[in-house]
Design a binder for this molecule. Sequence first.
Ligand code: HEC
Length: 176
Amino acid sequence: MNGYVARDILTLVVIVIASFAISAFAGYASRGIAGAQSKLSPIDWLLSAPSDEERFRRLQQQLRGFDLTMWEVGERFRRMHEALARENYDLALYHWGRIKATINNGLVRRPGKTSNAQAFLLASNFDDIHAKIDARTPQSAWEGFNRAKLACQACHQAESVAFVNQQPLFDLSPPP
Ligand code: HEC
């Protein structure tokens, strides 16, 4: 075998190995892409977005605004009333704490409501109402509840949604 033949064989071997490697990689890559696409279904409303910006826009829309915040606050306020009626002060205080956290989260989404939320509830009344419930006597706890109810309603008035106050939630009062 002369030097030329040996070199040609070596070249051939290198080409064969390289082409195997390229085709194996191409097959792997295309399976990867096709696999990712075929996994998407109509319920992949985030994964199927064309960009991260569109993904964030969709998330922001789904997280909603202050209405959802208030839906939870209203529900927890009703449960607070139930807890007080059973003299379960721990549960009432738990809901009162979650109400604050929920409103604060809502204010991140709707910062325009911060000044009224602070003025009517968070900065002014929140801690006093907490203390009244934490005194753990029916009289003091119901005073706290009534004060909270007035604060909620005053903010609705200030936010031009006074119609919100005309519903059974705000008829809740201490047991006779
Ligand atoms: C920033 C002042 C503010 C405070 C404080 C506040 N709310 Fe609201 N609430 C609103 C606004 C504004 C709406 C109307 C929702 C919207 O604009 O998206 C509302 C709506 C509601 C709704 C109707 C939600 C729905 O979609 O059915 C309920 C129930 C409610 N509030 C309960 C309460 C309770 C209970 C409290 C007190 C613990 C309270 N809110 C404190 C501003 C406030």
